[in-house]
Design a binder for this molecule. Structure first.
Ligand SMILES: *Cc1c(COP(=O)(O)O)cnc(C)c1O
Length: 427
């Protein structure tokens, strides 16, 4: 599939049926797999042979869908997880242990911020949050001798800042650590972070990839380019024997291309079990088949809506990187020339109260803690997804009290604009 364009990979990647086999990816609804001899199975447990034995670790349906996302991103290996949260947790915890440190962009998804700043902190992993717009000097100053990774979002949810991926990749590599990018909002249709030096990509597939609000899920993709062995003192988990797996050294046995995903599967999926259901992977694949068609419409609708809001007297500000007036316009053109995403954020004149009133009057846009759905939806992050943050953290995350996040769906753009106009008229 690697010679085909992204549109063809969306439709046909990951699975090529043999003669007489199902055209659609089969749902292998089985927890376990049968073997003729104990020796056969023993080889799987020793990671000497590849094959399936228990669906907590690997399932053929999930693997085929992961293989499609791997092709879309241009990676070397990938795994599905049961949620985007699990994907980001595994991606970081696979290389950072108690006593380690990670540099992260401050404008990240509220759930990820909580995972890093609260839960992983309890596990002994420290995070330093830097502005995505920081200078190279400020970024360099955030590193410590025990830093193991750098993390950011291509387009941040909900702040909609656009990350200068090359700047972050350069800093990460200068310090001998990989860059992990959450590419949920851009999707590989609009941005492929590996082409700009990113080492690991994560996704909440719950968003555009599924696209229909049907199944929660996540994915981790490895570029296969980071040389773990060249920095073996920093990554003992990949570069020294794993006693829980008969002394395997992942970076030796599976090389740059396979080590990261093999370790995350063999250790983290085995021990934490954030496994997606085969049925959910099947639904995700239905979404992936039309991802390229949908992204184009999401972006066109969002741009039309952003232009309408920008010209409206009751709107104080609009953030959308596709607008020429956006401070992120130039950088978005560089990394995402085809379009950014369908999410627009803005402030309603009159602040928090006015925003709440406006949202109550919307008829097409439903109030949901969700984005990137075929149906338009909206949210007031300060009272929902980001309510655990204090005022200072809200500002650092790029979320003001009056911020309304609107996720433009696939409806007719004129209908969406008419809905916004009537709701604004009642504020
Ligand atoms: C939603 C989201 C997540 C978390 O994903 P879940 O599938 O809800 O667990 C992580 N990162 C970003 C950018 C998101 O939008």
């Amino acid at each position: 599939m690697s010679n085909y364009q992204i549109e063809t990979k969306c439709v046909q990647g990951g699975y090529t049926p043999g003669n007489g086999e199902p055209r659609q990816i089969p749902i292998i609804q089985s927890t376990t797999f049968r073997y003729e001899t104990s020796e056969d199975m023993g080889k799987l447990f020793d990671l000497e042979a590849s094959g399936y034995f228990y669906s907590r670790l690997q399932n053929p349906t999930c693997d085929r869908v992961a293989a499609k996302i791997c092709e879309l991103e241009g990676g070397s290996a990938a795994m599905l997880t049961s949620s985007g949260q699990a994907a980001n947790f595994y991606a970081v915890f696979n290389i950072a242990n108690c006593g380690d440190h990670v540099v992260s962009s401050s404008t990240i998804y509220g759930g990820t911020f909580n995972l890093f700043a609260v839960t992983m902190k309890k596990m002994g992993i420290e995070f330093t949050f830097v502005s995505p717009d920081c200078s190279e000097e400020e970024l360099a100053a955030a590193f410590r001798p025990n830093t193991k990774a750098v993390f950011g979002e291509t387009i941040a949810n909900p702040a909609l800042t656009v990350l200068d991926i090359e700047k972050f990749a350069k800093a990460a590599h200068a310090h001998g650590v990989p860059l992990i990018i959450d590419n949920t909002f851009a999707t590989p249709v609009n941005c492929r972070p590996f082409e700009w030096g990113t080492d690991i990509v994560t996704h909440s597939t719950t968003k555009y990839m599924d696209g229909h609000g049907a199944a929660v899920g996540g994915c981790i993709v490895d570029s296969g380019k980071f040389d773990w062995m060249a920095h073996s003192e920093k990554f003992p988990g990949l570069c020294t024997p794993d006693d829980s797996y008969h002394g395997i050294v992942y970076a030796e046995k599976f090389g740059k291309e396979g080590a990261f995903i093999y370790k995350a599967t063999a250790q983290l999926m085995r021990d934490f079990g954030s496994t997606p259901a085969p049925q959910s992977a099947f639904l995700l694949n239905l979404g992936l088949e039309s991802l390229h068609v949908r992204m184009e419409r999401h972006c066109a609708n969002a741009l039309a809506v952003a232009r309408f809001l920008e010209a409206h007297e009751k709107i104080t500000w609009v953030t959308y990187a596709g607008l020429e007036s956006s401070p992120y316009y130039a950088i978005a053109q560089k990394y995402m020339p085809k379009g950014t995403c369908g999410v627009v954020s803005f402030g309603v004149k009159g602040g928090r109260k006015a925003a709440e009133k406006f949202m109550k009057h919307l008829k097409l846009a439903a109030i949901e803690t969700h984005v990137a759905d075929a149906r338009t939806c909206c949210l007031h992050p300060a009272s929902a997804t980001h309510r655990q943050m204090n005022d200072e953290e809200l500002i650092a995350a790029g979320v003001s009290g009056d911020l309304v996040r609107l996720s433009c769906g696939l409806e007719n753009a004129d209908d969406l604009i008419a809905d916004l106009a009537q709701a604004l008229a009642q504020v």
